[in-house]
Design a protein. Structure first.
Length: 609
């Protein structure tokens, strides 16, 4: 499933749903045209070509993260999607388009036998085909090893790149020809995760980017192409900017950040006026998803925990909106997660305070309680991964499914989460299994004290880092059971960080986990693998067989050792999935196993049909 995208002329919206159906909705008539069917979860990114004749799809079906790029022609005779990557492509990353080059697209490509990614221009058809009659594209830049991001000018010429180094720092390099690179500035290790390129200023040539470098939070900044001077364009302290909207002339117009709810910071008074007008259309949190080339039409989403997002196409000139809510795939009334059983479920934002006084943000989805209930409902602590990620105020279908079965679901932005500025993020350094874990326990205690969770029926559930924290929670008597998806299980081992996937991020993992700061004994004490004999309660461990990120052998060791000391462990290996469970068969198998496990171990009486 991908976010819906607005066509360049503002007349249509394309969308790939969770079942793999790609549709185009005509805004004026709200008529829906199915244009493609792919395996569920295959579409990772969806975009329009600048001339509106093609949909561009980045897809992946194995879980190995070998992404491919296809173009789907929408005009004329229907044709199957055409592979757009050059011969020998192993992986693509990113899509860049420009109105001045309406018949082509740029993507970063790693080909067989190459260590790094390099940007390629790929023609879609039209006048640009003359540049490459075979349609195979051409490389537009040769980048240093370790390049992870790129910036292009209005003609899709590569002008800058970010290069990661073995010590975890990032170099911002500039080029005039795509081959000879000159350094502009270097970002220290602590700013590497949050720094990404936005583009190139059309008149000054400055490189536009998001970064927390020399600031307290991620903001929109510009780096001079000559001397590397950095200036701030727009910021929202103390919060990190998540999305930035720039004018064609390079002016920063607005940014989105997440506090407890979504908020915009506007430098353009017209954007502030129109966002305020649009926000009055709905009670949900407003998100600007996209805009047409003229910046007249906006695609909006309104988020509320009690329902799926509502989408509108907003005409700024007329101050009118067309809701995409009748007989379309974006219709919340037809969403599968909406049912009579979810009526009465409440969702709320809860400000919490950790035991050391740190303010935290949490979200609770609470089930309907029968009038004669003698005890609070069971509580499921769902822990986000990353840990440099964060939960937001939104509709959460999984949480509402659990609530429909009588389970309260708590989501917490513990210290180390992104979005809340540099200080909050860095409080998580070397605190895996330490203060970060205590934040989770403090949140659970708060819910129990408020009567919102049964202290005898508490479960932990998460993926990646969240899976690690969920398994470690079994060493604490608060928790009855845990569910871990692709978890890290051994902090004392750093061999997995030498894999090709993580090698250049090893210094960042050291900063996060604390290999160079903590003793081996302390790292073992914080590791599920070395705490199997102190755990209580059963675990469900889920692993994607094709996950390139995790230590699969470590997970198997955990399952074996926990069982060897008498622990109950259910293991589910998904043959067609990777770090995220995206395939249709994988999602069905996981949901069935998850529901059965929680129903059994939290003492849930299954709801009727």
């Amino acid at each position: 499933m991908s976010a819906p995208v607005l066509s360049p002329d503002g007349t249509s919206v394309a969308y790939a749903d969770a079942d793999g159906l790609v549709t185009v909705t005509h805004t004026a008539t709200r008529t829906v045209r199915p244009v493609l069917g792919v395996p569920p979860g295959a579409v990772h990114s969806l975009a329009w070509s600048p001339n509106g004749t093609h949909l561009l799809l980045i897809t992946e079906t194995s879980g190995r993260e070998h992404f491919t790029l296809h173009g789907l022609r929408l005009s004329g005779t229907p044709l199957p999607p055409r592979p757009l990557s050059p011969d020998g492509t192993v992986q693509v990353r990113g899509l860049w388009t420009a109105p001045a080059r309406p018949h082509g697209v740029v993507t970063a490509v790693r080909r067989r036998g190459e260590r790094g990614l390099h940007p390629w221009y790929v023609p879609l058809g039209g006048p640009d085909e003359a540049e490459d009659p075979h349609g195979a594209g051409r490389r537009v830049a040769v980048c240093p090893d370790g390049t992870r991001d790129w910036a292009f000018d209005s003609e899709l010429a590569c002008r800058a790149c970010l290069v990661g180094h073995p010590d975890g720092t990032l170099s911002l390099l500039a080029t005039d020809d795509g081959h000879d690179w000159r350094p502009l500035t270097t970002f220290p290790l602590e700013d590497a995760p949050d720094t990404r390129l936005l583009g190139v200023h059309p008149s000054s040539g400055e490189v536009l980017l998001l970064t927390a470098y020399r600031a307290d939070a991620v903001r929109v900044a510009a780096v001079h192409p000559g001397d590397g001077r950095l200036r701030t364009l727009l910021a929202a302290p103390p919060y990190d900017v998540a999305t930035a909207w720039l004018a064609p002339d390079g002016t920063a117009q607005a940014t989105l950040h997440h506090a407890a709810r979504r908020h915009y910071t506007c430098a353009d008074p017209a954007y502030r006026r129109d966002l305020d007008t649009a926000a009055a259309l709905d009670t949900g949190d407003l998100e600007l998803l996209g805009r047409d080339l003229a910046d007249r039409h906006w695609l909006l989403a309104f988020h509320h925990p009690d329902r799926p997002p509502r989408h509108h196409v907003y005409d700024r000139r007329r101050a009118t909106a067309t809701p995409l809510t009748r007989h379309t795939p974006l219709d919340p009334t037809s969403a599968r997660t909406t049912s009579a059983r979810t009526g009465g479920i409440r969702s709320e934002h809860l400000p919490l305070t950790a035991s050391d006084g740190l303010p935290l943000t949490a979200y609770l989805t609470f089930p309907v309680q029968p009038p004669d209930a003698l005890t609070p409902p069971p509580l499921l602590l769902r822990i986000h991964g990353g840990p440099w990620s964060h939960d937001v105020w939104r509709h959460d279908p999984e949480a509402r499914r659990f609530a429909a079965e009588g389970i309260a679901v708590l989501r917490l932005n513990y210290r180390g989460s992104s979005g809340y500025g540099r200080h909050f993020r860095d409080l998580g350094d070397a605190e895996w299994g330490g203060r970060m874990q205590q934040d989770l326990y403090d949140a659970v205690d708060d819910m129990v004290a408020r009567g919102l969770g049964d202290p005898d029926r508490i479960a932990a559930y998460g993926g990646s880092y969240g899976g690690y924290a969920a398994l470690l929670a079994l060493t604490d008597p608060r928790f009855r059971c845990a569910v871990a998806v692709n978890p890290l299980v051994d902090l004392a081992s750093d061999t997995w960080a030498d894999s090709p996937y993580w090698r250049r991020m090893r210094p960042l993992w050291d900063k996060q986990i604390g290999w160079s700061r903590l003793s081996r004994d302390e790292l073992r004490r914080r590791s599920p693998l070395h705490r199997v004999d102190t755990m209580t309660g059963p675990a469900l461990v889920v692993r994607g067989a094709n996950d390139p990120r995790i230590d699969a052998a470590g997970i198997e060791d955990f399952v074996r050792l926990r069982r060897a000391v008498g622990g109950e462990v259910d293991e589910l290996v998904l043959p067609n999935d990777g770090h995220a469970v995206r395939s249709g068969p994988g999602k069905r198998a996981f949901q069935q196993a998850l529901s059965s496990f929680l129903t059994q171990h939290l003492g849930i009486v299954p709801a009727g049909p």
